[in-house]
Ligand binder design. Structure first.
Ligand SMILES: [Zn+2]
Length: 195
């Protein structure tokens, strides 16, 4: 379990660094572009008509089309911040090279204890949208404080806040060189941030 957690977390740092992400809210489209992953809203594609009804009711999915990974996001349901989580989650599947031959079209912000690919995609999504080192530098603690700069749902923010509480308690920030690099990349943003 911890290996999956570490794998997804370390990849999130790598991605933030590689894509030059230096401010919140994180620009997910910049990340998609960097990895050549295209994102399609359901409303702008005619493919959805071909899908089973329960797929079109889901959150989104990633699939191979002509050998390329393409992400589809249901833009008809959920608030914008919930959709951001889905985009980040599907980017996670793509970037972590998960087996996407089977379509998973529903995702939960609550972590799966049995499906490690779903778990990894969630860890990745949270670490990309709400980098702990940046939140710590801003002395952010509560879900409300997290929601504001990160554009995430209350549920995502609450899960992050819980984890953050644990990290604060053990003072476990910036131990890994990649995390320190992320922190440095956000220097200007942190300096100019007004709570
Ligand atoms: Zn998934």
């Amino acid at each position: 379990m911890y290996e999956h957690y570490k794998n997804a977390r370390n990849k999130s740092w790598e991605v933030l660094i590689a894509c030059g992400i230096n401010s919140l809210p994180v620009d997910l489209w910049k990340i998609a572009k960097h990895f050549d992953l295209r994102i399609h809203p359901y409303s702008k594609t005619n493919l959805i008509g071909l899908l089973k009804e329960d797929v079109s009711q889901g959150d989104g999915f990633i699939v191979y089309l002509d050998g390329k990974k393409e992400i589809f996001i249901n833009d008809k349901i959920h608030c914008r911040n919930r959709r951001r989580f889905t985009v980040a989650h599907e980017l996670g599947h793509g970037i972590l090279n998960h087996d996407i031959s089977q379509i998973h079209y529903r995702n939960s912000e609550i972590d799966s204890q049995t499906d490690m690919q779903e778990l990894e995609a969630n860890i990745f999504a949270r670490d990309i949208l709400m980098p702990a080192t940046v939140l710590a530098a801003l002395d952010i603690h509560t879900p409300e404080e997290i929601m504001e700069p990160c554009n995430v749902s209350r549920q995502s923010a609450a899960i992050r806040a819980q984890r953050l509480h644990e990290l604060y308690r053990r003072n476990k920030f910036n131990l890994h060189p990649a995390e320190r690099k992320v922190r440095e990349q956000f220097d200007d943003f942190i300096r100019n941030y007004q709570k």
